[in-house]
Design a protein around this ligand. Structure first.
Ligand code: CP
Length: 308
């Protein structure tokens, strides 16, 4: 029976914290958790959840994952802890390291997450920053693997803002050697450091394609993926971004350009009629709720590797 291996890095802040073999191992473990073939006991282990932003999937899937592993979670809501009052991260991190076995942090600046890591003696997990959403990407690639069985010849097209989700898809795509196409409006391209790092990793650099043309990006794609146009914290840009992103909606016309067996992914929450039409969202091609479920299984796998 497969057993969780220790990861080479203590933390999971970025896709770059894991190797190709480690990603494949986490996905394999996740499949075993999903099929109820794996039973790992993390009794007495405690996961601290620090969420500076709202969350449904990430928070609940971490809580359920830890519960299924026999451990517990503490929800460190900033408004009811001293975090919201401005206690320095370096103090919070050192204190929580005395109580918890691992912490997952959702915050705005990636540098704040790195500050937690600098002062923590326990593993730190990125539960989303402005730069990356690597836990989401683990679930995304498990969902892709479930449909296509392996990653050979898979074309993943992300249409929308070149944000944290796109950045993590690019880096995972580079690690797994799959073709990733990003189509976004001018000025909303993915982080250039992420793109350069991905190009260093890709053996075939032509597999990463960044454009401003959703139609070309969708041609023959196996996966069409989108995310909200305005992320948390960008509420004041909503009206402007709705105009800028006009033409980047995943609708039936775009789906018809993709491969006939293409699947639709969305990391949720979704704004129907903005980044995706209700028709496409509710279509048979959607694997959106498998993708959401897979957050649970991939995080069980990740926690097992970090704590077992
Ligand atoms: N996809 C995702 O991270 O969802 P939540 O914001 O609900 O956690």
């Amino acid at each position: 029976m497969i057993k969780p291996n220790r990861l080479s890095n203590k933390n999971f802040l970025s896709t770059l914290d894991v190797s190709t073999d480690e990603v494949i191992h986490i996905l394999e473990l996740a499949k075993n958790f999903k099929n109820k073939k794996l039973n790992i006991n993390l009794k007495n282990k405690v996961l601290g959840l620090i969420f500076d932003k709202s969350s449904t999937r990430t928070r609940v899937s971490f809580q359920v994952a830890m519960s299924r592993l026999g451990g517990t979670t503490i929800d460190l809501n900033p408004t009811t802890s001293q975090i919201g009052r401005g206690e320095p991260i370096k103090d919070t991190a050192r204190v929580l390291s005395r109580y918890c076995d691992v912490i997952a942090v959702r915050t705005f600046k990636h540098s704040d997450l790195e500050e937690y890591t600098k002062w923590s003696t326990i593993p730190v997990i990125n539960a989303l920053t402005d730069l990356e959403h690597p836990c989401q990407a683990l679930a995304d690639f498990l969902t892709i693997q479930e449909k296509f069985l392996d990653f050979k010849n898979v074309v993943l097209t992300f249409i929308g803002d070149g944000n944290n989700v796109a950045n993590s898809l690019i880096l995972f795509g580079a690690l797994l050697g799959i073709e990733v196409r990003i189509a976004c409006p001018k000025g909303y391209e993915p982080n250039s450091l992420v793109v350069n790092k991905a190009l260093e990793i890709y053996k075939n650099k032509n597999l990463l394609k960044i454009s401003n043309d959703p139609t070309t990006a969708a041609l023959g794609a196996n996966v069409l993926y989108t995310d909200v146009w305005s992320s948390m914290g960008e509420e004041n840009q909503k009206a402007e971004k709705d105009k800028i992103f006009n033409g980047f909606t995943i609708d039936n016309d775009l789906v018809n350009k993709a491969d006939k067996d293409a699947i639709i992914l969305h990391c949720l929450p979704a704004y129907r009629s903005k980044e995706i039409t209700d028709e496409v969202f509710e279509s048979k091609k959607n694997r959106i709720f498998d993708q959401a479920e897979n957050r649970l299984h991939t995080q069980q796998a990740l926690l097992s590797c970090l704590l077992h």
